[in-house]
Design a protein around this ligand. Structure first.
Ligand SMILES: [Cu+2]
Length: 504
């Protein structure tokens, strides 16, 4: 409504000015051309002066009005370590160009007023003046040299890559119509290889190379928000899958094109947590209103503030929907969030037809199992009276079908057992073989005994004393599941380790 009123006022002013000029034309016919021309010049000159005053007041007023919203001033000074130097560069440039802006406008409109055509006055024409030439060439050149030199220094500081010796974390942002897919390295701290030829929208949207061990623990964040720890240097790998996008974190002064086929990067250090930035906004009138207009009692705008990741390249009709929220938090909260995220490969691909490692055992799984096994043993040792704890299923020990021959893959689990027995020198264990109930009971009994014997022999081969290992074949006598289903029978065919004692 206000905009409409302003528009109507402007239209009316233009109409009035046109009418005045028509009236003056008519008057000129009555009073004679010369006098009318003189009056017209005086009037135009006065308009120029009034415009100058109005325009300068407008510039100062709007500058003041938007001071809490613009990005380099007031509560919106930079939220990253390097951003201050960009803000300062901006301020210096705005200062010098501001001076030029004010002076040139004053001169332009003041001259139009002062040197308007007057009867009997002839203006002086200067055809050439070396001093003036020196001044208007030299001064801008000097200012520009200063600005460019300062700009290059800031550019080199901001755009340099991380030093390999530096401590930093790396994430990857992949733009596509219309989303940002963010990838974090898992516990290994390294991002796995990607290859665009491996992209499959259903099973591998990022084109991760699952034969690369580094990709196994990578996290793939598809929710609307992602987290970063405060005061930690982050290197963002930036790329795109379809058209040009632009990775833009306005509050952190981070902006970099995402180009298909040409990876770019940006390094920055978030310096203020989201919570602290909200406190900065508190008290500024523009941020004190309700976050949602219809809910005057709901959270205030400053309380609902979030850092945003935007795409700053007009990339198509859904461009706006690339908005993501960045939460900058203390390291403890960041670790909690990170811990709650699941590896994309292990949670969605492992064991499916899209898994190139199907049937094999992965380094990350071996490590995970080894830690779990040790934890189970330590739990058993801490509660020796608890017989359930003392019994540990060696769930990764496998035999050839119908035979006591150990599969190669069993070595990881058995090496875990050997290392535990090496660590706890007084531990004596029983190795129990179990079968399902299919087939001949005597044969099953014999098979379970040979399997337990082979497990013991493997451990003896690893230097564990025979006296600390008892091998018992239980046949099908101690099922842990039903023998009526495939899955149940599979659970019943197992090898167990029972800790008999840890103190001799
Ligand atoms: Cu985009």
């Amino acid at each position: 409504m206000t905009a409409l009123v302003i528009f109507l006022i402007i239209v009316l002013v233009v109409v009035i000015l046109l009418q005045i000029s028509k009236v003056s034309d008519l008057a000129s016919k009555i009073r004679g051309e010369e006098e009318a021309e003189q009056q017209k010049n005086d009037r135009t000159a006065l308009y120029c002066l009034l415009f100058l005053i109005g325009f300068m007041i407008y510039c100062v007023y709007t500058g003041w009005l938007y001071k809490d919203i613009v990005l380099w001033y007031g509560p919106h000074t930079s939220a990253s370590a390097h951003g201050g130097s960009i803000d300062s560069l901006f301020n210096i440039t705005a200062f010098w160009t501001g001076i030029v802006f004010v002076i040139t406008h004053i001169l332009l409109f003041w001259f139009a007023y002062k040197y308007r055509n007057k009867k009997g006055v002839n203006q002086e024409y200067i055809t050439h003046n070396n001093t003036i030439e020196y001044i208007w060439t030299g001064v801008p050149a000097l200012v520009l040299v200063f600005l460019v030199a300062k700009g290059l220094t800031v550019w080199n500081d901001v755009m340099g890559d991380v030093d390999p010796e530096d401590e930093y974390m790396e994430i990857e942002a992949i733009g596509s119509q219309f989303q940002w897919e963010i990838r974090y390295p898992g516990p290994d701290g390294k991002l796995g290889t990607r290859n665009y030829k491996l992209i499959d929208p259903a099973t591998n949207p990022l084109g991760l190379d699952f034969t690369d061990e580094k990709s196994h623990d990578d996290l793939f964040i598809r929710s609307t928000e992602f987290f970063l720890p405060v005061d930690k240097q982050v290197r963002v790998r930036i790329t795109a899958k379809d058209v040009l996008h632009n990775f833009y974190l306005p509050h952190h002064r981070v902006k970099m094109d995402a180009i298909p086929g040409l990876p770019t990067y940006f390094k920055f250090t978030p310096a203020i947590t989201t919570a602290d930035y909200r406190k900065r906004l508190k008290g500024h009138p523009d941020w004190m209103g309700p976050a949602v207009e219809d809910e005057p009692d709901g959270p205030k705008r400053w309380e609902a503030f979030e850092y945003e990741l935007a795409c700053a390249e007009l990339c198509g009709y859904g461009h706006y929907s690339m908005r993501r929220v960045l939460r900058v938090v203390e390291d403890k909260e960041y670790q909690q969030w990170l811990g709650s995220q699941k590896s994309y490969y292990l949670s969605e691909i492992r064991g499916t037809d899209a898994d190139p490692n199907k049937g094999g055992l992965l380094g990350v799984e071996v490590k995970e199992r080894s830690m779990k096994f040790l934890a189970d043993v330590e739990q058993a040792i801490s509660t020796p009276e608890d017989d359930t704890d003392n019994l540990i299923n060696l769930e990764h020990v496998f035999f050839e079908t119908g035979s006591a021959q150990l599969k190669d893959i069993s070595e990881y689990e058995l090496d875990n057992v050997a290392s535990v027995l090496n660590k706890y020198k007084n531990m004596i264990v029983e190795l129990g073989g179990h079968t399902d109930s299919t087939g001949n009971a005597d044969a099953n009994q014999a098979l379970s005994q040979s399997r337990a014997d082979n497990v013991r022999n493997y451990l003896i081969g690893k230097g564990i004393s025979n006296a600390r290992l008892q091998a018992v074949g239980y046949g099908p006598d101690r099922p842990v599941d039903t023998n009526d289903t495939d899955e149940g029978r599979q659970n019943n065919r197992r090898t167990e380790m029972r800790i008999l004692t840890n103190n001799i």
